[in-house]
Design a binder for this molecule. Structure first.
Ligand SMILES: [Zn+2]
Length: 509
């Protein structure tokens, strides 16, 4: 009897050399490799019993390797191959000459046919010590979404940490990965004290480049196991004050606060009712199986006094986040005009017939006067084009804007215009067009503001301001698609909230 260790399988095979005819023994012996090649045809000619014995031992050998398939398949996971390969190389360097020879023979004898990476298997069985990562729980995590053209330096600056981007990218491999950051992807930074302990550059929901401080050196690697961006779902029924219930249901504090903001116009959180139901879907970031950061509410539903309110998050042009009703076209409109062209100011004269302070006669005042210090900026009240810039009799220095729907706005008595604002120029609501003054027939610094519809002056203070769609046709289409999906999930969550209520009713929880 002889005992052989099959290095690739990690299983010990015991066999009798006499019965096996020596041929199989060679498979595990580095010195007999050539013999194995020559003797194989002979083995097929020998007596049936011996032949069977050889076959069965060959099968044992094959099964020993096949038995490791789960290990291999894990290793050959495309996202992992890179990391494992490096480890394999390190491992082989430490191996003895003899082991290397065994690997080689083994590869020829069995694994070539099976196409299994023998070297990897050895590495897996030998095990290897991996440097433990710093704990995800230390310090604070910060999240940043990358804006076009942003560098790591730009991202770290507001964090006020002592670690510089240069220090983080001292390693060439890290520098390679973090030099050109992809717009829209996220970076999570773990700050402990004033130092960056770890940085996660998340390029997928699970795929991330992780840089961590190990023995005062930053080490970087791609990983698809440690990090995960989840869409978490929580639903609950109100029986106690809102924040109490939210905490009990496991809702992170920032999320319950966001919900209060989102529904502030529909729900009075102080007079919340027993039986009200809350469901929400939100972003949740996990690292090393710990929740490290809670992101934004993606969708939410509040069933308040039997009214169901739903909101779905929509990000427009990466700069404006809105929570919109998934099926409410009305909510997708907004007022197209600001009521007044000044921030602040004082209404010094109203619209309509009045006794004119300078002319000392009853006169129609076709606009309103807003008093403010000289030089106060005057803003365009709506999107439009410049129709007129210049002096206009009693109005003094005047700008007129034309807007869609036959609307014209006029701003008079300016001290000066916004430089380079010529006729035909496009303006956006909120753009500065000029500055308060007292030019023309005026008794003090103010802006005379008119709102005309098809030429007819109306009272700017009371006119019902036109609305416009918040979203463009393209944005509307993409929102509808998103909303449909979120709505479906919210309805499913509503069932969970209902179960929550029933279970508690039953058990008096
Ligand atoms: Zn006036």
């Amino acid at each position: 009897m002889e005992r052989y260790n099959l290095p690739s399988g990690g299983i010990e095979v015991v066999m009798n050399e006499a019965e096996a005819g020596g041929a199989i023994a060679a498979t595990a012996s580095p010195t007999m490799s050539s013999e194995w090649q020559h003797r194989l045809p002979k083995a097929q000619k020998i007596k049936p019993f011996r032949y069977m014995a050889i076959r069965s031992v060959v099968f044992v050998g094959i099964f020993a390797i096949v038995g490791n398939i789960p290990v291999h398949s894990k290793i050959t996971d495309p996202e992992q191959v890179d990391g494992v390969e490096h480890l394999v190389l390190d491992e082989l360097q430490d191996d003895t000459e003899e082991q290397l020879a065994i690997n080689k023979i083994n590869e020829q004898a069995y694994t070539q046919e099976l196409a299994l990476p023998v070297a990897s298997a050895i590495e897996t069985y030998a095990g290897h010590a991996v440097e433990p990562l710093p704990s995800a729980r230390d310090g604070e995590w910060e999240l940043h979404q990358i804006v076009r053209g942003e560098t790591l330096d730009d991202i770290l600056k507001p964090l006020k940490v002592s670690t510089t981007a240069e220090e983080l990218m001292a390693d060439e491999a890290i520098k390679e990965e973090l030099t050109r950051l992809k717009t829209g992807k996220k970076i999570l930074v773990q700050v402990n004290g004033k130092k960056i302990e770890q940085l996660i550059y998340a390029t997928g929901k699970r795929k991330a480049y992780i840089v961590s401080l190990q023995n005062d050196k930053y080490i970087g690697k791609w990983d698809s196991e440690l990090f995960e961006e989840q869409h978490n779902r929580i639903a609950f029924t109100i029986r106690n004050p809102y924040h109490y219930e939210a905490t009990k249901a496991g809702l992170p504090k920032p999320i319950s606060r966001q919900l209060v903001k989102i529904f502030k116009n529909q729900v009075n959180f102080r007079s919340i009712q027993i039986g009200d139901q809350v469901s929400t879907i939100f972003e949740d970031y996990h690292y090393q199986s710990e929740r490290i950061y809670t992101g934004k509410v993606l969708a939410a539903e509040f069933n308040h006094r039997k009214n169901i309110y739903q909101r779905v998050r929509f990000v427009r042009n990466k700069d404006r986040t809105m929570y919109l009703e998934p099926d409410g076209d009305l909510a997708l409109k907004e007022v197209a005009f600001a009521r007044y062209p000044l921030k602040g100011g004082r209404l010094s004269s109203g619209f309509g017939f009045r006794h004119h302070p300078i002319l000392r006669k009853r006169r129609m005042h076709s606009g309103i006067d807003l008093a403010a210090p000289r030089g106060t900026p005057i803003y365009a009240t709506g999107d439009g084009r410049v129709r007129f810039v210049g002096r206009k009799g009693a109005y003094g220095k005047t700008i007129e804007l034309s807007h869609s729907g036959g609307i014209m706005t006029r701003y008079g008595h300016m001290s000066k215009y916004k430089p380079k604002l010529g006729r035909g120029a496009k303006v956006k609501r909120g753009d500065v067009i000029g500055y308060v003054g007292s030019t023309g027939r005026s008794s003090g610094n103010h802006v005379h503001y008119e709102f005309r519809i098809h030429g007819k002056a109306v009272n700017p203070k009371t006119v019902s301001l036109p609305t416009k769609g918040i979203l463009t046709a393209k944005e509307m289409k993409s929102f509808k698609r998103l909303a449909k999906n979120m709505r479906y999930q919210l309805i499913k969550l509503r069932d969970t909230a209902a179960i929550d209520r029933n279970v508690r009713r039953q058990f008096g929880g």
